[in-house]
Design a protein. Sequence first.
Length: 565
Amino acid sequence: MNQNTTRTASIERFIPAVAWIRAYRREWFVRDLFAGLSVCLVMIPSVIAYAQLMGLPPERGLYAALVPLIIYALFGSSRQVIVGPDIAISLLTASAIAAVAAGDSAHAANLAALTALLTGVLLLVGAPFKIGAVADFLSKPVLIGYMSGAALVLMCSQLDKLLGVSIRSRDFFPRVVELAGQLPDAHTPTLSLGVGLLIVAIVLRRLSRKIPAALIVCLLAVAVSFALGLEQKGVAVVGIVRGGLPLLALPHVSWDDFNRMLPAAFGIALLTYTEGILLARAFATKNGYEISANQELLALGVSDVAAGLFQGFVVTGSQARTTLNDNSGGKTQVASLVAAAALALFIVFFTGLMAHLPAVALAAILIYAATTLIEFQDLKRIYRYYPRSAALSALTTLGVLAVGVVPGILAGVALSLLGLLKSISHPHDAILSHVAGHGFHDMGKTEGAQTIPGLIAYRFYAPLLFCNAGHFVARVREIISASKKSPKWFLLDAQAITDIDVTAAEALHGLNQELRQKGIELKIAHANPPLRAILQRIGFADELTPDSFFDSVHHCVDTFRKTAG
């Protein structure tokens, strides 16, 4: 391999676009062109709605969508993923900046750009350290609980616009109470139009998920508004959307803003990567190719940095737009470049078309989007088959509603980790019983029993660690005390013990001494080679007699019977 080939391969690894551009086929262009134009048309009303959700000028949603389309096309390893503003991430960002911005639209825009910059930098810094593995701590119940809570928060945030009333409260429960009191003051034309548009969106989704519901809702809203003269009847409109391409600029923020937004950026970065990588993997599997998780982390990081520098906000892989791209025949990231070009033309020449769009149409789009966040089938399955996980999911939802989206997620993760710690610190254990013709097995609770007279075979279903060492010793004492006849041998079935830390090693030393004083010999079965190496290293193997290790419980029992006569 010559030097030029090596250099080209290195460039392709860093910028995957080089590879697919070299291999691009002319016959793919028509599909990519159609897919890109479809994505752009569907994207415009959605990203403006997400900007409204954050209290930003509508053009900021367009800016957030534009530059990342180009950046991801160059650096992403997926051929179908379309990046841009996403409803769940946008809601998370909105909740993070709301308290700091205090209703100041200009300040909110700077905070949104700062959050995108911080999120992108965190993703880029995390790429070499495989930070994506942290996403494993977001268990399914926590994610479902977060999504359900986020959906309710999103719906509640848009109900005042649907009713055509003014609400002061920002928190969920006070807002619900205030909204209930404002029901008699609802603006009838606004409410009627909003409910009608929401019904249309839901019906279209039930007919087919391929139908661009958001686009149809906006077109229908403008048509109905003109036909019935709703603007003259007090129905609010989006108004002027500033045209012109975004400029490169750092957000104007203080050091205090930086400190207040950094914790939220950690959570947003984690969810950004989680959503992006799951989406990329799903469509790579569907289309028969491989993606690089680390390259996706890099691509999302650069995309978010670019969004922040060009007056946008946090972006990630968009499931709706990626699905539309794939269904429209998009073959490569040329579709993203086409969407970016079409969006740039819209920003420069056609933003005036949005001026007469009823604002309630954007509220209907957001409420409709909120209904898609709730995974009803998963909720039903968890609540039916996994009661503890259901409780964790419900508590996460309650946390999101009570204390906010970001603290609610953190509370859910903390509860999940506490549950994991509890399961490790108090794992299942059992006295093994003889089953005729089948050996020795866990037959459930058999307190006070012995495997055979004079021998207790005990299985511990977890690694021996600092968090369960005390529980392990206590259980051994309980089992021996409850035994009707003092055993001569205590056999530890170690097939589920994959590791022993220093705290557990000291506990094991002490337990062996305690058993010796009682005239009980400690034996070990099913110790795998790594575990044997650990026991040898800590000196515990030398405390036992050479014949204390057995390859099976059955072998140990046979030896005991011969020894005991």
